[in-house]
Write a protein that binds this ligand. Sequence first.
Ligand code: FES
Length: 174
Amino acid sequence: SQRCDRMVDVGRRKFMSGAGLAAAGVAVTSVVPGPQAKAAPAAARVDYPSNRLANVADLKVNEPLNVNYPDADAPGVLLKLGRKVPGGVGADSDVVGFSTTCPHKGFPLSYNAGDRTMNCPGHYSRFDCEAGGQQVWGQATQNLPQYVLHVDAKGDIYAEGLDELLYGRLSNVL
Ligand code: FES
């Protein structure tokens, strides 16, 4: 009697909760899709520092000058190539700058004045300094980051950006 009532009670509660779930299920499946939320635009713009790296008078044709950009932990070079090249600035459009950290696994690159390439001792990737740092051989999967340069009236050379992501970074500017 009393025990029996309790069992009925439990049964009713179970039924109710089952009905509740079913109702919830109906509610979920009957949701009408509204206008899609717009994804927030990615923070694609990086604010690069404008850093004076050297003066054109400091450069000799085909002799790399060691610099750092966009910060002290990012080694690179300036090169005066003696003929107009992609990304080249100055009176002869021949001054370029590159990171000297291999985009494959971060080994330091060295300049080969013979064919004007940056060369990696790690796995032998090669990058053409006369072709915007294009990879010409090896295991890297990215061209060499090239500086965006600007030369002012006094011949001072400023770096103001990079065209590829530096090795090991999630953002070129930390
Ligand atoms: Fe330069 Fe691998 S680190 S090719």
